[in-house]
Write a protein that binds this ligand. Structure first.
Ligand code: ZN
Length: 191
C-alpha cells in the first residue's frame, strides 16, 4: 500500500501482444505470437519487410507487413541493420503497433503479463502522485493499474474519482482510459 508521496511507476511488458488470425493449418482463428524475427525481400532497389508471427498451436507463420516496396535509399541505414540483425527492441516496437496490427487481422490480444516497478521519489504531505510510464503501450486500463498500485477496488476508485479526488495530467483522461503515454495521476487524501 502506497502512502503519500511522489512515486515513479514503471510498467514493464513481459511479452508482446498476440495477434488473432486465421491459421491455414489449424483451419480456424488462432493466436499468433511474435517470433521477434524479420523477413526481408529486396527486388531491384525496393524493399519489403515483415515481422514474422507464429501460430501458438502449430507454428505456421503469419507476416505483419512493416514496409512495402520502399526504395532502399529511403530506409535509414541503422534501421536496415536492425532488421537484418533481428534486433529485439525494434521487433517489440512494431509488435506493439496494436491499432495497425488490428487492421490486418481478426484482433489483437493485449492482455499480456507485466511488472510494476515502483520507486518513491519524494515525500509529499496529503497527496499521492504517481508518474506512470510505459515503454511499450498495450492498452492497459488506468483503473486496473491504479487498483493494483493502490490496493483499492475499482468501485472504490470510481467513488474517489466522483469525489474529485483523482486527477490526471492529461485532459479528458478517466479511470476507463487506456495508458498510451506517460501520465501523472494525483490522488488527494479524503477531506
Ligand atoms: Zn496453427
Amino acid at each position: 500500500m502506497l502512502t503519500s508521496g511522489i512515486y515513479l511507476c514503471e510498467i514493464i511488458a513481459e511479452e508482446t501482444p498476440r495477434v488473432l488470425t486465421h491459421c491455414r493449418r489449424c483451419k480456424k482463428t488462432t493466436e499468433f505470437y511474435c517470433s521477434e524475427k524479420f523477413r526481408m525481400n529486396a527486388q531491384q532497389k525496393h524493399l519489403d519487410v515483415w515481422l514474422i508471427y507464429r501460430c501458438s498451436h502449430c507454428d505456421s507463420t503469419w507476416n505483419y507487413e512493416i514496409l512495402s516496396r520502399v526504395h532502399a535509399r529511403l530506409i535509414d541505414k541503422e534501421l536496415h541493420r536492425k532488421f537484418e540483425d533481428n534486433d529485439r527492441e525494434t521487433a517489440w516496437r512494431y509488435a506493439f503497433q496494436t491499432e495497425q496490427l488490428r487492421k490486418g487481422s481478426s484482433g489483437v490480444n493485449t492482455a499480456i503479463p507485466y511488472q510494476l516497478v515502483v520507486e518513491r521519489m519524494e515525500e509529499c504531505e496529503g497527496s499521492l502522485t504517481l508518474l506512470l510510464s510505459t515503454k511499450y503501450p498495450f492498452e492497459l486500463r488506468l483503473d486496473k493499474v491504479l487498483s493494483e498500485l493502490l490496493g483499492l477496488s475499482r468501485s472504490k476508485l470510481e467513488r474517489m474519482a466522483e469525489e474529485g479526488r483523482i486527477r490526471f495530467s492529461l485532459p479528458g483522461a478517466t479511470l476507463r482510459s487506456k495508458l498510451k503515454e506517460d501520465l501523472q495521476v494525483t490522488v488527494l487524501a479524503a477531506p
